[in-house]
Design a binder for this molecule. Structure first.
Ligand code: L34
Length: 284
């Protein structure tokens, strides 16, 4: 039976260390790190995630600035807000919760955020830096996954890693972070010929597709580390991941639950990035 990787507990430790460091930073500089979170529309899941981010800011001692805008918000209005936040000295991190309504060009919004305040690390300048391995921020979810893998004591070096999903937000940067730690990485996607085989060969499996219980128990290598990034609803409306947990835990050595796995880590890493952004702001 697999050992559970407790994302709640590990994220609490990360936040605790950010809190301690923040206190020292404020004492030394008088600057209180500030995070602006923009939410457009009323997607219920996004509301929960944004609410959790606001709560985490309070926990670690940051200022948080919430901008809740209606679904009908025009792209120009959103760009104006971002421009204002780019120039606001009390705001060190800017995050625009995705997905955005269809009439807004996500790429245009991401590109408008100052790379120094881009705590998601979605801006092309930051994506490029990550590719080279010389970066200020790592994207929150992949960085959180790396922390979860580290917590197991299993080293990535030389291991076969399969990343299922190739999004710009999770799959692609995830593969890059595993590569930085010398994993042999395969990225799988909807056109992959034999997903079962690719999964079964993986010592470390990261599922980030967004399809409930896509990864069955028999697709998992005996003793693999299984990280489930998925956030789906099952047939009963219950929160579940991309991995069929009850089957997978019989084969994996370590596995993350959903909820209580990757989700809380995403938020903890966002706190870490916001503190980094506040420090960067003093470097001019
Ligand atoms: N810009 N958009 C931007 N940055 C991000 O980093 C995100 N992401 C993803 C969606 N859009 C984004 C998040 O914040 C996913 N995500 C996220 C954040 C937090 C949680 C899940 C996803 C989370 O708190 N999950 C809880 C359960 C929450 C619930 O009850 O629904 C957990 O324990 O997994």
């Amino acid at each position: 039976m697999a050992q559970l990787i407790n994302g709640k507990e590990i994220s609490a430790k990360v936040k605790e260390s950010v809190k301690t460091e923040t206190k020292e930073f404020i004492e030394k500089t008088g600057v209180v790190p500030g995070l602006a979170v923009i939410l457009v529309g009323d997607d219920p899941a996004s509301k929960i995630y944004v609410g959790n981010k606001k709560k985490a800011c309070a926990e670690v001692g940051f200022n948080s600035f919430e901008h809740i805008l209606p679904e009908s918000t025009e792209q120009g209005e959103l760009l104006d807000l971002i421009e204002k936040l780019n120039h606001d000295p009390s705001v060190h991190g800017i995050l625009c919760q995705l997905p955005l309504p269809k009439h807004i060009d996500e790429r245009a919004i991401i590109n408008a955020i100052s790379p120094k305040k881009d705590v998601d690390a979605f801006h092309p300048a930051n994506v490029g830096k990550i590719m080279i391995g010389d970066y200020d921020f790592l994207p929150c979810t992949p960085a959180g996954v790396m922390e979860l893998i580290h917590s197991t004591g299993v080293s990535v070096g030389g291991k076969k890693c399969a990343v299922i999903g190739r999004s710009n937000i999770v799959g692609k940067p995830m593969a890059m972070l595993l590569l930085h730690e010398n994993g042999t990485v395969t990225i799988c996607h909807s056109k992959t010929k034999d997903l079962e085989k690719e999964c079964r060969e993986a010592d470390i499996l990261v599922a980030a597709v967004g399809r409930a219980k896509l990864i069955k128990g028999d697709m998992i290598k005996e003793g693999a580390v299984v990280i489930d990034v998925g956030m789906n609803r099952d047939e009963n409306g219950k929160l579940c991941g991309d991995v069929d947990f009850s089957e997978a835990e019989k084969r994996a050595s370590y596995i993350t639950p959903v909820p209580g796995g990757v989700g809380p880590m995403t938020i903890a890493m966002l706190m870490k990035n916001t503190l980094t952004a506040a420090k960067l702001s003093l470097k001019g």
